[in-house]
Design a protein around this ligand. Structure first.
Ligand code: SF4
Ligand code: SF4
Length: 411
């Protein structure tokens, strides 16, 4: 274990303050689920009193990396970082599970393979096969996980976003020029969000470049596969460093968090310079473009869910809310309880730990329903899937939309 790791463990006084803030501890009441329990285990691993085994691997897979413990620790410990370092050690000691290894190393690094996977999924969803498989419960017979993944995915409605958008989307007398990092979810699962982003930016006089790009690397980095994470980061930096743009924008909180990590990961000037210009789309619209929005009447109530990866970045809590307030009177923004509590999605956590993630999201669903909102807006495609699934399971007709979709609707 490296020195940084040990110093961080040493800072933890075992006060247990993190218990009140950990969504998983609040569900289970069990010490291995909370930061303090994990730090105690890491201390024992570092001292050689424990070695990595299946049980420990499972304990360290049960963390949402939501950062709520980090945000509230009186001693400045960053348990989410420790969990990620632990996962890196675990991968070094035991390797990745076979399915994860194939997805991370043989799918995410190849856009062509991702295109094929998306096309096959779209064909499956459109065919009568999906209906048959759902009605017969066939997937559950093979694996409950497969049935859960199938239920979480949105309907694939067409070709990937980047396939149909020009490299350069021009406007007359541009105010700014930005490069758009679409992320995998917008490209393959939610192309309509990508179209909304381009429409909105062009409407406010911004030229948009949509270059060739790869997965941001979050799935690899949060799984401890640093080599794949670094490879993807390097490819993205290479593609974006050739562009002459004012900002790099993203509509995905997780992609934003990955880009902000690139300088530490790659330790080079290109990564440092580009990461300094990366920004969430909501922040660009509010803080840089200071947009005003055409007033239209409607009074549709909207509430907002904070993605964990966005709320701790500059303007991450305020910009989306400010944008929603500017959409009044068409949309009436109402704050809900627990708006900044993790939804339980956490990348693939909602697949690998489906039941636990559903226990976490049920509180969010209750808050959304209590708010009486007709729409819950957010700024992360992964949260959108989780919220949509949770609401559907509750037979709710509350819609889940990206903040940018709401703005695009008014232009
Ligand atoms: S991580 Fe922080 S809050 Fe949790 S036990 Fe350690 S010092 Fe206390
Ligand atoms: S990152 Fe979130 S889920 Fe993980 S230990 Fe901290 S509070 Fe709990």
């Amino acid at each position: 274990m490296d020195k940084k790791y040990l110093q961080m463990i040493g800072k933890c006084s075992r006060c247990g303050g993190c218990q009140a803030h950990c969504p998983l501890y609040l569900e289970t009441g069990r010490e291995p689920f909370v930061a303090r329990g994990k730090i105690e285990l890491l201390d024992n691993l570092a001292a050689g009193k424990l070695v990595w085994n299946d049980k420990l691997a499972e304990v360290f897979s049960t963390c949402l990396l939501c950062g709520s413990c980090t945000e509230n620790c009186p001693n400045g410990v960053e348990p989410d970082k420790l969990v990620r370092l632990a996962r890196k050690d675990l991968v070094a000691a035991r390797g990745l599970p076979i399915i994860k290894r194939n997805v991370l190393q043989h799918l995410l690094k190849h856009n062509g393979r991702l295109n094929t996977a998306g096309r096959l999924l779209g064909l499956y969803q459109k065919s009568k096969l999906q209906l048959l498989i759902r009605n017969t419960g066939f997937l559950k017979l093979i694996s409950t996980n497969l049935a859960n993944i199938e239920g979480l995915l949105p309907q694939i409605t067409g070709q990937p976003f980047r396939k149909n958008v020009p490299l350069l989307n021009t406007v007359d007398a541009p105010r700014l020029k930005v490069a758009y990092f679409t992320g995998c979810a917008t490209n393959w699962l939610n192309p309509h969000i990508g179209r909304s982003v381009v429409k909105v930016l062009k409407a406010y006089g911004v030229e948009v470049v949509v270059p060739e790009q790869y997965c941001c690397g979050v799935p690899a980095l949060s799984s401890g596969d640093m080599d794949t994470g670094r490879y993807l980061a390097r490819e993205n930096i290479r593609n974006f460093s050739e562009l002459d743009v004012d900002y790099i924008i993203t509509d995905c909180a997780s992609c934003l968090s990955a880009w902000l990590e690139y300088p530490e990961l790659l330790e080079n000037d290109d990564a440092l310079n580009l990461a300094a210009r990366v920004m969430d789309i909501n922040r660009l619209l509010v803080e840089i473009l200071d947009v005003s929005i055409p007033a239209k009447e409607s009074g549709v109530k909207v509430t907002y869910h904070d993605p964990c990866h966005l709320k701790r970045t500059p303007g991450g809590r305020t910009s989306p809310r400010e944008l929603l307030k500017r959409l009044s009177p068409y949309y009436e923004f109402v704050e809900m309880d627990l708006a900044d509590r993790c939804c339980g999605s956490a990348g693939s956590f909602n697949i690998s730990h489906y039941e636990l993630s559903q226990s976490v999201v049920k509180h969010k669903v209750a808050s959304i329903l209590d708010s009486k909102a007709e729409i819950v807006a957010t700024a992360c495609p992964s949260c959108m899937m989780q919220l949509g699934h949770g609401l559907k399971k509750n037979n709710s007709d509350v819609k889940v939309q990206h903040t940018i979709e709401l703005l695009a609707h008014l232009l």
